[in-house]
Design a binder for this molecule. Sequence first.
Ligand SMILES: *Cc1c(COP(=O)(O)O)cnc(C)c1O
Length: 388
Amino acid sequence: MRLAKRLDLLPPYLFVEISRKIAEKRAQGERVVSFAIGDPDIPTPQHIIDRLCQAAQVPTNHRYPETDGLPQLRQAIARWYEGRFGVTLDPDKEVMPLIGSKEGIAHAALCFIDAGDVALVPDPSYPPFRMGTLLAGGQPHYMPLTEENSVLPDLDAVPPPVLQRAKMLWINYPNNPTAAVAGMDFFEKAVSFAKKHDLVLCHDAPYTEVAFDNYRPVSLLQAPGAMDVGIEFHSWSKSYNMTGWRIGMLVGNADAVHAMMQVKSNIDSGIPQAVQEMAIAALEGPQECIAEHNAVYQRRRDRLIEVLNQAGFKAQPPKASLYIWTRVPAGYTSVSLATEMLEKLAVVVTPGVGYGDAGEGYIRLSLTLSDDDLEEGLKRLSGWRPSL
Ligand SMILES: *Cc1c(COP(=O)(O)O)cnc(C)c1O
């Protein structure tokens, strides 16, 4: 058989060698502690599971869902955005449930990108921004996120010939992998830039509820004029520990939501309705679980920062997200450090270069491992010192 050329566009999987070593160690019975995966270890709250169990008994939920979801779910999303951010959404025109936000993020390029079009993508960033662009036949243009620029893309540095071909602008705050946050002033700037250059402004925002020290992240859609050019991807995955159930949302500009409906109605048949009912229960049920989970992450964050800094890192406690993003000590690359930690400590960290060239020189550690694994990981890390 002959595979499509587009598959050649996808960069080779960078962590092949690391994944092979992890599998090898585990096969030998060694305990490998992983700080690599951003996937909440705490179970989905019980009241949400209870709703699934009830919904599973209802025969109408055994049949095909609609692509645009249950009207009650779209209404619940609109009410949640109003309550949480003061953003008013038309549930029938400005809201679309997704099969996890990753699905919508990857498919968004099909709504905007033709062959040769450009999407402006932060570097480092969540891989589906660039992969969706490549699969649609477009070209990512990378905007480096640097500490000098407060980990915000320098929009004015995008060269005019690139801007002429650009159709999409991706941003993501609180950010994965850097854990950086952005304020309303940046969102306002991004909105006026997108308007000036006729771009759709796509904000990936799954971490607005995962925040510490009383910090409250904002929504892009709170920025004046954002609804004219902006869409926001949100998710139950990180807020309610629901990564396994696959449900997310797209909200914002009605034309963009309509385009996504056109694409998706030809690709999928929606989200299982019992899972949509879980999502309603999550948004409308008790919210204490969010503060409880954040307290757990905050405690883990502080423990990990302390141990990393004793080992010679200069890690800063993040205000939000599930990650610590920190520079590697002098003499290491992100991959050489990750490899050494795996070989010597059986501890897995993610090399920053996996998120883009500008991620070189950093590693990412996730806070979503069990407390038991965390303690073991801290014990191993606390005995480590740079050997170069
Ligand atoms: C976890 C995450 C998502 C959410 O993915 P789902 O498909 O909704 O589970 C989206 N964007 C980023 C940057 C993430 O880290």
